[in-house]
Design a protein around this ligand. Sequence first.
Ligand code: G1P
Length: 295
Amino acid sequence: MAQKVTKAVLPIAGLGTRFLPATKSMPKEMMTLVDRPLIQYAMDEAREAGITDFILITARGKGSLVDYFDRAPELEASLEEKGKTELLKQLAHTDMPSGAISTIRQQQALGLGHAVWCARRLIGDEPFAVILPDDVIAGDTACLKQMVDAHEQTGGCMVAAMEVDASETSKYGILDVEPGDGAAVRVKAMVEKPDSHEAPSNLAVIGRYILTPEVLKILDSQDTGKGGEIQLTDAIAQQIGSEKGVWGYKFDGQRFDCGSKPGFLQATVAYGLRRPDLRDDLAAYIKTLGPQELG
Ligand code: G1P
């Protein structure tokens, strides 16, 4: 059985330029889906998967992300005094045990591979998860939990995988896999953001990974790849021939690309409809939409 995964790296150093001007003075991971910021969805998913140690790879101007998971004694006292127990319960979601969150500054934007490599001293010699909070995945069982369970059997490296439209391969890491019926399939090759005519398939890497410490060693000397950046995909690809290899995991769940405006809007509607307190009003509004709005 593979070693237990207890640490997760969350690369959140990006500038979020696609959401300017909103992200001029606010990290994009603080943008809210309904009433919780994107980072909270990622942390909740990690906790459901049994992660106890969270390593945030941040950058200048991202301080509010760290504040978000700190205690807020004045606010808590005021809510308590007013007897607002429901709100206090909501706030409890942001409670993290002392020492559970570490932050590391990625001083230069050199790519996703570099961001993950920045965590190497805190990871040590054990498998770890990587979560990209832009990818929000709704489902009955958290995507990372599904992967952690599968990884106990496979070991090695594992990436979340999902079929995308053939025209979209240039937005993703793309996998070439061995045939197989199960959710976990062996990866034969992986390539970062290929044009559709060069892509080996339309099976894309989605932002959940379980990686071996060997990947960090590879990243020590990883050359730049696509876009002149140090790519995580390239480092993982070098593990394909290793004993335990690399696995794609076809997760159960609906993924939203919250790094894009259409994806963010879709997620807002989907999560709104999943909320018992909002569902009826939102559904009633959607039903009023006709040719004038949708036309
Ligand atoms: C990153 C990875 C890519 C992966 C994607 C998933 O790209 O480099 O391989 O498919 O995340 O969201 P990014 O979206 O950061 O450009």
